[in-house]
Design a protein around this ligand. Sequence first.
Ligand SMILES: Nc1ncnc2c1ncn2[C@@H]1O[C@H](COP(=O)(O)OP(=O)(O)O)[C@@H](O)[C@H]1O
Ligand SMILES: [Mg+2]
Length: 260
Amino acid sequence: MKFENVEKRFGDNVVLKDLNFEVAKGDRVTLIGPSGSGKTTILRLVMTLEELSGGYIYVDGEPLTHEVRNGKRVELGEKAQKQIRKRIGMVFQQFNLFPNMSVLENIIEAPVHVLGQSKEQATARAMELLESVGLPDKADAHPLELSGGQQQRVAIARALAMDPEILLLDEVTSALDPEIVGEVLGILRHIADTTDITMLIVTHEMQFARDVSNRVMMFDGGKVVEEATPEVMFTNPQHERTQSFLQAVLGNGEDQTGTR
Ligand SMILES: Nc1ncnc2c1ncn2[C@@H]1O[C@H](COP(=O)(O)OP(=O)(O)O)[C@@H](O)[C@H]1O
Ligand SMILES: [Mg+2]
């Protein structure tokens, strides 16, 4: 995946300006940075939930929403956008399950309607995924009958049901009770260990970031301030902005890099 001169404005607010970075296939990249630095916006752009104001995003060399044609920046047709969007999955802080559908219906919705799988095929895969996230008996439950941790596990299963090449994780444990965080992170660790899905991860769980990612990017004001391996980023950050940010996040006597 590649960001090329990406710009994102909300009205007069320029959130991302001339942003350039590449993510190789199978990379696990953690994005860190203060609130409002544009991390969620980056993920939402990849998920095509926000429209690019300028520049290009490529997935595996293919344009996501815009491309250069005859020297001009043009938007891809709806069909082409839909095609490439299938390859990307996202899990949100607030789960975002469809409340009016059962767990099973949530998971098979996109495989059936977007990928054209048969209901039987999608259901078989959904049951496998529910098993793998430890909820084989919740297929017929409705999301609001589940705890936050269970809902988030369903949301992870729903994202995986599309067999994504890229998985976007936006603070997926931030809305969970502390004692539930570990089980959700455990599932994500397992996915990281057993697949080659490219992951873009926004998290405050620095130990998780350290375990799972091979790159960490520090953002501030919509720009990459610093990029390093987790080892370097969390023990010897070079940039003053990163140092003060990590001190604030890891400080206060509470050791968030400690094992849970
Ligand atoms: N839908 C929106 N409308 C207007 N401004 C937005 C919207 N989404 C995000 N922003 C603004 O974009 C900036 C970056 O936000 P965000 O990407 O959510 O940051 P982060 O996830 O790093 O906290 C903030 O200034 C925020 O107010
Ligand atoms: Mg955010």
